[in-house]
Design a protein around this ligand. Sequence first.
Ligand code: FPP
Length: 224
Amino acid sequence: MTKARHVAIIMDGNGRWAKKRHLPRAVGHQRGVEAVREVVRAARSMGLEALTLYAFSTENWRRSEDEVSTLMGLLKRYIQSDLEEFIANNVRLRVIGEYRALAGDIVELLDDALARTAHNHGTTLAVALNYGAQDEIARAAARAAAQGAVTVESIEAELDTAGMPPLDLLIRTSGEVRLSNFLLWQAAYAEMMFVDTLWPDFTPAHLEAALEEFAKRERRYGGR
Ligand code: FPP
C-alpha cells in the first residue's frame, strides 16, 4: 500500500453541471467553489501533503469577459473567506503560474495570503492561476540556463512546484481524457484517473475513493 503524498485535480465540468439544470454557467462555478472548499478540508483531514488545483489556465482568458470576471471574483471571495481557516489549520497556500499578471487587487490578496501561510507545514494547497505547463517549463529552463547547465535536476529546481512532493495522482473530472497543459513535467510518473463526475458533484468521498484506488496500484517507475 502506497499512500499518496501529492494529488492534483483538473476541476472540469462546472458549465455542464449548470447546463443540465438550466442554470447560468456562473452558478456552476459557484458550486465548483463549494466543492473546492470541501475537498481542501478533506485533503487536510486525510493528511495529504499537497493538493494542486487547476483553477485558471493561460487558455482560460479566451472565455467571455463576463465568465473571466466571475471566476476571478469567486477566487477572491474564496481566499478572503477561507484564509483564517487555512491559518488555523496549518494549511500553506501556494500559487503556481504567472499570477502576477492578474488584476492588482487579486495579486495583493494572494501575496498577503501567501505570506500569512508561508510558515505553515500541514497540507500545501497549490492553486494554479494563469498557469500553463509549457509556459512553466520554458520559464524554468530559461532560469536554469541563466545559472549554468540545463539538466533535468536544474529545470526541476526552477519549476513553480519546486520543493513540493512528487506528483502521485492526477485526477480529471467530467469524463474528458486529456491533460490540457497541466503539470506536464510533474505528471511523468503520476497515476492518472479520469472520472465522469462533474466537478460540482465531486465530494470528499470521491477523493477518498481515488486515494484508495491509488494505494492499490503498483508503480514501477520504468523498472520491474
Ligand atoms: C471547468 O469548468 C472549471 C474551470 C474553468 C475552473 C475551475 C474553477 C473553479 C472550481 C472555481 C474557482 C476556483 C477556486 C480555487 C476558488 P468548465 O467551465 O470548463 O466546465 P464545462 O467544460 O462543463 O463547460
